[in-house]
Design a protein around this ligand. Structure first.
Ligand SMILES: [Zn+2]
Length: 346
């Protein structure tokens, strides 16, 4: 789609290329909409607001009275399309018993049938719609351009995800487009200087939706390019052993498929919290739940670290495996127990 800068009548536009993807890689925002509006039968679609650019913000609920409540989020970052596709495969599995490639995931399905699940296929529609549908077999340099976005002069918006002081806001009026790290209003999708609220209306709408729903934990899908989960460094000590248990079980699951899972990131003792607030800290504080981030793969090329090269289906299967371990721990009420310890009896 062509992106025209807002705020003036500059003729500069960028045509975001459409990339051919397999049917099961359902990451295109319009196609996700088609699915959610027409094909849900078991799940309930909640429209919970609109994004900065006017796209619908949606939650799909699979209600199971009396069961543990969990959440899975995809697409916080628009340049991580495999996360959206994984949520859609999860939804299709719950709807039909198979993923979108018609493959079964019997162990995962058996666990999913024991939880009350909230799935958000696209936390950040604005970011999704300014990025291609896949970065598979592309160099990492490509994704950085789309994750940052472009200033009016064509140079990249200076968002550095490794920085201790990343760019929290960039005025869209000064941009050809703000990238997938941002929502359309120019706020970073996943970093704030306060944990009181999120300036990204998309994130705040979700915090308001999950607050008071008694959800035990949320699993947030990201894709920095390598398989690993993150010890949420702002979470209190009762959560740390749960994450280490997730790691142990996930290593076994990935290992059985011949795939590597990297070390748990940020697992110091105590973990050192960053000087700003991730969405993890906001959801944790306002909804009294455990928040887990998992970084999957994109299928980059150009560096030996990307070998062995996964297939696109393996990338999605990695996410579904990570979710399987997450759900298992939830059914055992491990998150609920830690939440009670930290927030008092509920
Ligand atoms: Zn991300």
């Amino acid at each position: 789609m062509p992106i025209t800068p807002t705020g003036d009548d500059s003729p500069t536009t960028i045509r975001i290329p459409q990339i051919a993807v397999p049917e099961f890689w359902l990451s295109n925002f319009g196609k996700i909409q088609n699915y959610l509006r027409r094909r849900l039968t078991a799940g309930t679609l909640h429209d919970i607001g609109t994004s900065s650019l006017g796209y619908p913000l949606q939650v799909v609920e699979y209600e199971r009275p009396g069961c543990v409540k969990l959440g899975v989020f995809g697409g916080t970052h628009g340049h991580e399309p495999g996360t959206n596709a994984s949520c859609m495969n999860l939804i299709h599995l719950l709807e039909t018993g198979r993923d979108l490639a018609n493959e079964p995931h019997d162990d995962l399905l058996r666990l999913l049938e024991q939880v009350h699940l909230y799935i958000v296929p696209c936390v950040n529609p604005d970011g999704r719609t300014v990025c291609p549908d896949s970065f598979y077999c592309q160099a990492m340099q490509n994704v950085v351009v789309y994750s940052n976005g472009l200033q009016k002069d064509g140079s990249q918006i200076p968002y550095d995800c490794e920085a201790t002081e990343p760019c929290y806001y960039f005025d869209p009026a000064d941009a050809i487009f703000v990238g997938g790290q941002f929502v359309g209003s120019g706020y970073a999708a996943n970093r704030r200087l306060t944990d009181e609220h999120s300036d990204a209306v998309e994130v705040q709408a979700l915090i308001d939706f999950v607050r008071d729903r008694d959800i035990d934990a949320i699993f947030d899908l990201h894709a920095c390019g390598n398989n690993f989960a993150i010890q949420t460094r702002s979470h209190e000590a009762p959560y740390w052993p749960i994450m280490r248990e997730w790691q142990t079980r996930a290593e076994a699951l990935f290992g059985a498929k011949g795939r590597a899972l990297r070390e748990l990131f940020g697992d110091g003792d105590p973990p050192e919290a960053p000087g700003f607030f991730f969405n993890a800290a906001l959801f944790h504080k306002h909804a009294q739940l455990m928040f887990i981030a998992y970084e999957g793969r994109q299928g980059y090329i150009g560096h030996r670290v990307n070998i062995p090269m996964p297939t696109e289906w393996e990338i999605i299967d990695d996410y579904l495996g990570a979710i399987e371990v997450f759900v298992g721990l939830g059914i055992e009420e491990q998150y609920a127990k830690a939440n009670r310890e930290v927030f008092g009896t509920q």
